[in-house]
Write a protein that binds this ligand. Structure first.
Ligand code: PMP
Length: 346
C-alpha cells in the first residue's frame, strides 16, 4: 500500500482557484443572478497573491532574481503582504513603501511577515519625492541586486489575471457569465480578467468600479486626466490619481463611481447578510452593483460575477469599527443598525 502524504509543498501552491459563491439575501431584490469570486481564499487573503507570485516567478525565469535579492514595491497593503509572503518562501528581502492612508493593522501585518516598511504621506503628488512611488524608486536605485515590482506600470500584473482569474471565472460559470464587475486600482484584476473573458465571448460586459476623488472614470470617457477629479477619499486600493499602464482601458466597457460612505455600509451588509467577511472594496463593488441594478443594467437572465478582493479582518480599525464609522460621519445621514452591543458578564 502506498503511504503517500497528501500535503502541499508550500503555501504558494494554494494561490488561485478561489471559489465562486452565489449571493443570496443581499441580491434578493436585484434583477439577475449574482456570484462573488472570493479572493480572500488566497493564502495571503487577497487577489494580490496572484500577481506577487506570477511577477516574482517571471523575474526568476528571466534570471533577474537570485537568492538573497531584494524585492521593492509601493503598496496599499495587500500587494505588500503577498510579496512578503512569497519572499519568505523564496528567500528574498522585502522592502515596502506604503501610503499613510493604510491602516495600522495592515502595516503591522507587513512587518509581521518580515517586510521593512516605509510609510509615506498619502496626499502628495506622485512626482513629490515623499510619495511612495518616488521613495520606492529611490530605494531601488540605492539597493544593489534589487527589483521594483511597480504594479501600476507592470503589464505582468495584468497578465497574472489574464492567466488565472479570467480562465477560472470562465470555467466556474461554464461560459455563462454576462457581466464582470470589479474594482479598478492598478486595473490589473479587471483588465486582465476582461481580456481573457472577452476573448472567449466579446459580449461579456465589463464594468469597473472607481472612487470619487479618482481620475480613472473620466479618463476612460475622455482620455484626459482632469486634475479637478483628484481629492482625498478613504477607500484603500480603489481608484487612482494617475493613469496606470497596467490598466487596459479598452477592455473595460464602462466605469461607475461609488462613495466612501455607501461602500462602507455595503461591506458591513455583505458580512451580515452573506456571512462573507469582506474588505472595504468588496463593499464598493457591491455598492456599484446596487447602482447598476437601479439603472436597469441587468435582466433576469444576466449572470453577474463580482470580484471581492480581500478579507474583512484587514479593516477592524476602519469599516468594522463603529467608532471609526461615527468619526467619518457615516452614521449621520441614515439610521443604520450598528454592530451588536457587547454584553459584559459581571
Ligand atoms: N481592492 C483592494 C483592497 C486592493 O488592495 C486593490 C489593489 N490596489 C484593488 C481592490 C484593486 O485591484 P487592482 O489593483 O487589480 O485594480
Amino acid at each position: 500500500m502506498e503511504n503517500k502524504i497528501n500535503a502541499h509543498n508550500s503555501i504558494l501552491e494554494l494561490i488561485g482557484n478561489t471559489p465562486l459563491v452565489k449571493l443570496n439575501k443581499i441580491a434578493e431584490s436585484f434583477t439577475g443572478n449574482f456570484y462573488a469570486k472570493v479572493e480572500a481564499f488566497n493564502p495571503g487573503h487577497s487577489s494580490k497573491d496572484r500577481i506577487a507570485n506570477y511577477i516574482i516567478e517571471e523575474a526568476e525565469r528571466q534570471g533577474i532574481l537570485k537568492e538573497g535579492s531584494t524585492i521593492i514595491e509601493t503598496t496599499s497593503g495587500n500587494t505588500g503582504f503577498s510579496i512578503a509572503m512569497v519572499s519568505i518562501i523564496k528567500g528574498y528581502e522585502c522592502i515596502l513603501a506604503v501610503s499613510s492612508k493604510s491602516s495600522r493593522d495592515k502595516i503591522d501585518m507587513l512587518r509581521s511577515m518580515g517586510a521593512k516598511v516605509y510609510v509615506c504621506p498619502a496626499h502628495v503628488a506622485p512626482e513629490d519625492p515623499r510619495s511612495y512611488y518616488q521613495v520606492a524608486k529611490r530605494l531601488h536605485e540605492e539597493t544593489s541586486n534589487s527589483i521594483y515590482i511597480n504594479q501600476y506600470f507592470n503589464k505582468l500584473n495584468t497578465k497574472a489575471h489574464y492567466n488565472s482569474t479570467g480562465p477560472e471565472i470562465w470555467k466556474q460559470t461554464n461560459g455563462h457569465i454576462t457581466h464582470l464587475v470589479a474594482c479598478c486600482g492598478t486595473g490589473g484584476t479587471i483588465s486582465g480578467t476582461a481580456q481573457y473573458l472577452k476573448e472567449q465571448n466579446p459580449n461579456v460586459k465589463v464594468i469597473a468600479v472607481d472612487a470619487y476623488g479618482s481620475v480613472l472614470k473620466k479618463y476612460h470617457e475622455t482620455k484626459q486626466v482632469d486634475p479637478n477629479e483628484i481629492y482625498p477619499y478613504r477607500i484603500e486600493g480603489l481608484g487612482k490619481n494617475l493613469i496606470p499602464s497596467s490598466a487596459d482601458f479598452d477592455a473595460i466597457d464602462k466605469f461607475i463611481k461609488v462613495t466612501d460612505e455607501e461602500s462602507a455600509h455595503t461591506a458591513r451588509e455583505i458580512s451580515r447578510t452573506e456571512g462573507i467577511f469582506v474588505g472595504y472594496t468588496s463593499g464598493a463593488v457591491l455598492q456599484a452593483v446596487k447602482q447598476l441594478n437601479a439603472e436597469g443594467e441587468f435582466t433576469k437572465d444576466s449572470n453577474i460575477v463580482v470580484i471581492f478582493p480581500d478579507h474583512g479582518s484587514r479593516y477592524m480599525s476602519k469599516v468594522y469599527s463603529d467608532k471609526w464609522m461615527e468619526d467619518q460621519g457615516f452614521f449621520d445621514s441614515k439610521t443604520v443598525e450598528s454592530t451588536q452591543e457587547i454584553q459584559f458578564i459581571k
